[in-house]
Structure formats: structure tokens, C-alpha cells
Design a protein around this ligand. Sequence first.
Ligand code: TYC
Length: 108
Amino acid sequence: MTRRTPTDPAANTQILERTQTTRPRLYRVLLLNDDYTPMEFVVMVLGRYFRKSAADAETIMLAVHRKGQGVAGVYTREVAETKVAQVTQHARREGYPLRVVAEPEPSA
Ligand code: TYC
């Protein structure tokens, strides 16, 4: 909701104020399966970059391996994009083709 302040005669201006906050859109970071990235590397990534426990990391990695893709985490846009960049860089440094992408959550 927005609210107009009374006109300031000196400046002849009004200010539009937001009276409610809006929540930022959230983005899913998805891991995509491939045939070459080692399972242990994906588990390590899920622990280090997405703060998953060893058990959760193993479950998510196996789901991606079987189904083709899976959600590593859900974040605001800049955080999601940073994680995509960091994980992609780390994988390439190791010579792995791991693909990581961010996509907006369906807006509620
Ligand atoms: N399919 C890979 C293997 O068999 C493991 C893997 C899992 C790779 C998840 C990528 O996002 C991935 N070594």
C-alpha cells in the first residue's frame, strides 16, 4: 500500500510512501545431473555451500543422480546467483562439468 504526503508548498512536491513491506522473490538453486562429476564432490558442495548435513547432502545428491535435478537451497536472487557462481567456479577448477542454475520460485 502507498500513501501520499501533503504537498510541500516550498518545493511543490509530494512523497509517495510505502506503508507495507514486500518480501523479496525467492530463487531455487538447482543441481543438474551429469555422468562425470563424482558423487563425493556433489556431497561436499551441498555441505560447504548449502550448509546441508552429511545425511541430507547424500539424500539430495542421490535424488539428483536418479531424477536428473534437485533443489540445493532457496535464497534471495543475489545470494542464489552468488552460490551458482561459486559452485560453478569450484567445479571447473576441479575439471568437473557440474551444472548449477537458479530459477525463481513460482510467486505465491
Ligand atoms: N551422476 C554422477 C555420478 O554418477 C553424480 C552426480 C550427482 C553428478 C549429482 C551431478 O548434480 C549431480 N558420478
